[in-house]
Every structure is written in structure tokens, then in C-alpha cells.
Design a protein around this ligand. Structure first.
Ligand SMILES: Nc1ncnc2c1ncn2[C@@H]1O[C@H](COP(=O)(O)OP(=O)(O)OP(=O)(O)O)[C@@H](O)[C@H]1O
Length: 357
């Protein structure tokens, strides 16, 4: 099937700044793709290239199979929602939502029906007569989404739509967006975020970005459980990246202790990606993987332990950010262990081997 959105080898340069380099991606109708990455990784630039707010230095943008690289935003027929709600402050909610419909010369009666429909869709049906300033941040963002949806766009672009909201409201809005998603089965959604929780909850597929490039793209669960790249493992799920000696396709040794790893088939130097909650810690009893307890942090639901594996770890990889002897463990109970104690660390079988990059 023709993808709803396709980026072909898109690069965006601002003078000497490379904001996006050689991005190739496609999004199917009905699919939610999250662009996930740290600040400055090029996510918004990619979204702006799709929306037409900027023209790629090279590469092409296609919507529904049509090359739109040279079309202005208003001729691409997309729904766009950005970080700050950007509603027109002097217009009531109704008029804000109706704006794009009037611009398309839709008859008044149809406009009224359409505005009512999309305001209902975002749970704001009774707010048409208010001004934006009379709404909470979450409500304003709902109106912004309704405005984007009013033209029934085949593609909805959302750029950090929840970042201006507080944590509790963000969570509520994620649930809201999931409900909305189910109401729009044919719409392709591109969701820019630096929040892995939002990406995991909302996306069918996640594209991980770093330094203007695509690191890896995959189905959400697969990417979470079996990332191929160390950057994905640490960004999506905060994995420890532990140096290992590879014995065979499924066995590695960590400081002399054998562990079964999930075979990834990745080539080149690899490390073991281990989530903090999967690391076991107990008092050292003379064998196993030894580590020193460096710090203990209480986090309400449990404890975050900072550990340093004892020297003697074999590592085939040079100094790489995030790879090393420091290991974080999330445990429910510290079991009387104090900072400075020598402990035994256990790593469960089945953690992924990831490529170091
Ligand atoms: N108009 C511009 N002129 C010059 N440099 C720009 C411009 N827009 C973006 N950049 C640069 O391009 C890079 C990518 O920016 P972009 O906004 O796409 O990142 P991002 O991943 O969306 O980050 P954030 O999460 O902070 O919004 C950054 O280094 C940024 O400084």
C-alpha cells in the first residue's frame, strides 16, 4: 500500500548546522509513528519537513504517494499541532476550530456541524463559546488538536503536544490521545517526543533519532525488548550497557560469569543491555559477579542502587559513552546493604546484545 507519509533521503542544513541527515522513513495510513530522541536530534526538523514549514536541502517528501516537496504547508492538507497551543487568543474556541474550514470556503452550516463533531471528539463539546484564556492548558491543547482534525486530514502531525503540561495532566492526555487514536482508524499520526513513556504508550512504531540521524526504527515492543543499538537500549528503557566477552551466539561472560544473551545477530562490538529492574543484588558470598555499592537513592516505590563492578571485566570495546563498570539496579528492598558494601550482582538470561555506537 502507498504510505501516507514518505521521507526519501531527506537532509536539512542550516548553514553549517546539520539538522537532519539522510532521513528515510514511511508511515502507513492508520499507523502512529513516534520520532523519539534527545533535544536537538532533528525530530522537529523532520516534522517541519513533512508539514512544509521548511524545505529540505535535499531529498523528497511524499504524501499519499504524491511528491509535495515543493508545495507550501496550506496545500498539503495536514493537521499540525505544536508544543505551545498557538490558539488565536482573540477568537472563541468555536472560531479557532472553524478557522481552517472557513479558509476552505466550507458552507456555514457544515462548518457548525464539523466543529461540533471534532470538539466532541476531544471532549470539549461544551466549550465552544469560551476564549482560550478561559481554558486550562490541557483543554487548550485539546482544542488545538480539534482544530487540526477539523479538516479531516489524512495525516496528523503532533510536535511534543504534551510538553507544556504538568506530569499528572500529561498522563491523562496520553490516555485521551489513545482514545482519540481509536476514533481515527485511517489517520496516519507522526508524534514527536523526547519522552519514551509517551512513545511506548502511543506508537505502533518508534524511530529513534540522534545527532540529526535515524538510529533505528522498529515496532514499539520489538524495539523495547530487542534493540539493536546501544543508544536505543539506553534511551528507550534506560538499560545499563555492560561490557561482555562473547563466547558464542547466545552466551557471554561478564567478569567470568556466564550469562545467556538473546542473540541479536548484530555485527561488530557489542555490549549487554540490562534494564535496572532486572539486575539482582545481594550480599557477596565469595563467588559470582562482584560489585561495590556506591550509592543508594530512595525513590518511593523502591531503591535505585549505583554499583561499580569490580575490576577485571574484559571488554572488547573502547571508551564509549554509557558503557562501563557503573551499573544501576532498581530494587524493592536494600536488605540491609550499606554504601561501600561488596555485593553480588546477578544478570538474568535473555538480555539483548546491542551494537555499540
Ligand atoms: N532555523 C534553524 N536555524 C539553525 N539551526 C536550526 C534551526 N532549526 C533547528 N536548528 C538546529 O538543528 C538541530 C535539530 O533541531 P530540532 O529542532 O529538529 O531538534 P529536536 O530533536 O526537535 O529538539 P527539541 O526536542 O529540543 O525540539 C539543532 O541543533 C538545532 O539547533
Amino acid at each position: 500500500m502507498t504510505p501516507a507519509v514518505e521521507l526519501r533521503d531527506v537532509s536539512v542544513h542550516f548553514g553549517r548546522t546539520v539538522a537532519l541527515e539522510g532521513l528515510g522513513l514511511s508511515v502507513a495510513a492508520g499507523e502512529t509513528l513516534a520520532l523519539l530522541g534527545p533535544s536537538g536530534s532533528g525530530k522537529s526538523t523532520a516534522l517541519k519537513a513533512i508539514a512544509g514549514f521548511l524545505r529540505p536541502t535535499s531529498g523528497r517528501v511524499l504524501l499519499g504517494g504524491r511528491d509535495v516537496t515543493d508545495l507550501p504547508p496550506n496545500r498539503r492538507g495536514l493537521g499540525v499541532v505544536v508544543q505551545s497551543y498557538a490558539l488565536f487568543p482573540h477568537m472563541k474556541v468555536f472560531d479557532n476550530v472553524a478557522f481552517g474550514l472557513h479558509a476552505r470556503r466550507m458552507p456555514r452550516r457544515e462548518v457548525a456541524a464539523r466543529v461540533a463533531e471534532v470538539l466532541d471528539l476531544v471532549g470539549m463539546g461544551s466549550f465552544g463559546g469560551r476564549y482560550p484564556r478561559q481554558l486550562s492548558g490541557g483543554q487548550q491543547q485539546r482544542v488545538a488538536i480539534a482544530r487540526a482534525l477539523a479538516i479531516r486530514p489524512p495525516v496528523l502531525l503532533l510536535d511534543e503536544p504534551l510538553s507544556a503540561l504538568d506530569a499528572a495532566l500529561r498522563e491523562e492526555m496520553v490516555a485521551e490521545l489513545l482514545r482519540l487514536r481509536a476514533e481515527l482508524p485511517g489517520t496516519a499520526v507522526v508524534y514527536v517526543t523526547h519522552d519514551q513513556g509517551e512513545a511506548l504508550a502511543l506508537a505502533d512504531r518508534i524511530a529513534v533519532m540522534r545527532d540529526a540521524r535515524l538510529v533505528e526504527v522498529g515496532a514499539t515492543e520489538a524495539l523495547y525488548h530487542r534493540p539493536a543499538e546501544s543508544f536505543t537500549a539506553s534511551f528507550l528503557g534506560a538499560s545499563n550497557l555492560i561490557p561482555v566477552e562473547v563466547v558464542d551466539a547466545e552466551t557471554v561472560r561478564v567478569g567470568g560469569v556466564s550469562v545467556k544473551a538473546s542473540a541479536s545477530g548484530v555485527e561488530g562490538p557489542v555490549v549487554l543491555g540490562v534494564r535496572p529492574h532486572r539486575v539482582g543484588v545481594r550480599e557477596y558470598r565469595g563467588s559470582g559477579l562482584a560489585a561495590r555499592l556506591v550509592a543508594v537513592q530512595w525513590r518511593g516505590t523502591g531503591f535505585r542502587l549505583e554499583l561499580e563492578l569490580e575490576p577485571g571485566l574484559e571488554s572488547g570495546v573502547g571508551p564509549v559513552l554509557g558503557v562501563g563498570r557503573r551499573v544501576r539496579a532498581d530494587v524493592v528492598d536494600v536488605g540491609g546493604l550499606a554504601v561501600g558494601a561488596l555485593v553480588e550482582v546477578s544478570i538474568p538470561d535473555g538480555c539483548p546484545l546491542v551494537r555499540v555506537a
